[in-house]
Design a protein around this ligand. Sequence first.
Ligand code: SAM
Ligand code: SF4
Length: 332
Amino acid sequence: MPKRLREVVALLRAPDASALFAEAQEVRDGVFGREVFQRGVVEFSNHCRKNCRYCGLRKGNAHLPRYSMDCQAIVQAADCAVRMGMGTVVLQSGEESALDIRRVGRIISKIKRLGDVAVTLCLGEHGEDDYRYWRDCGADRYLLKMETFHAGVHRHCRPGQTGRTRLGKVRLLQRLGYETGSGLITGLPGMTPEILANDLLALSQLSLDMIAVGPFVPHPQTPLGDSAAGSLEESLRATALLRVLNPKANIPATSALDALTPKGRELGLSVGANVVMPSVTPESVRGEYFLYPGKNDSSVPVVNTIRRLQQRLREAGYHPSSARGVSPAYCA
Ligand code: SAM
Ligand code: SF4
């Protein structure tokens, strides 16, 4: 095993990670200070043609009521995010087979006219022409998580899909000039510390502008519903390692951390994350964007959810920022 890989495995397995966490925090403070960038996520459709074994939106989940927001509702949700101080709007959905590429383009242009706001897309795998078109319409960023680079785990968790194809898409997005993000799910069934260490190093070689890592959270209506959840500690160590390896990348404290423990986001920030991505999807459909238990609470109005999160950030000693939050890695 190469020396670097051995070192990362040792850090994932060490009895105590406090030195790693302190180093990650110091690196984050050195680059971003106590500023936390806010991205409002509009989850505009839960239709999906794919069957990822971990995800509640998978095509095979017949229990999920499906929805698709109209253009006006999407722009309204984005407007709410901007008014609540988010410098970025993220448009996220399942991989719809009937996705209207031109309609998404019109929505991007409308959101860009709301103010000084960046638009991130998280719409899965599409062709070069579509990615290019959305970029021309004003999309700034694209998030496409690798989930894992390991061929066997990838094949098992994402039937019919390959890491090689996904990596090709990540590289394509970089060539098209997007601020590009990718990431991992930690603790997927079959993952070992060696596989995770290799994933962390592979991700760090891609010169990414954004990196998202969150624990696997089992969803009862999926084939992996009886599997164990990813460990919170392992996901925090993965976040800290990514911060040390990628000082200038934007790294979110993911909602999957909050799904495992009430102060999950604060823990993510304490180990090097510098971004939060609250859902700004309207209450009427938010509960149906049900990737995993604990993901979206539809009982609280969007405005209250955001205010509560901003309050949590302040209480933990951070400054919720309204800046677009371009990655210094992208500016360089
Ligand atoms: N469909 C697009 C795609 O797959 O890239 C974008 C939306 S997808 C719902 C967003 C992310 O949700 C995925 O990249 C995956 O990492 C995460 N996700 C889905 N199910 C999950 C689970 N059970 N536990 C943790 N993360 C999960
Ligand atoms: Fe669809 Fe994305 Fe869920 Fe896979 S992770 S089933 S592509 S929404």
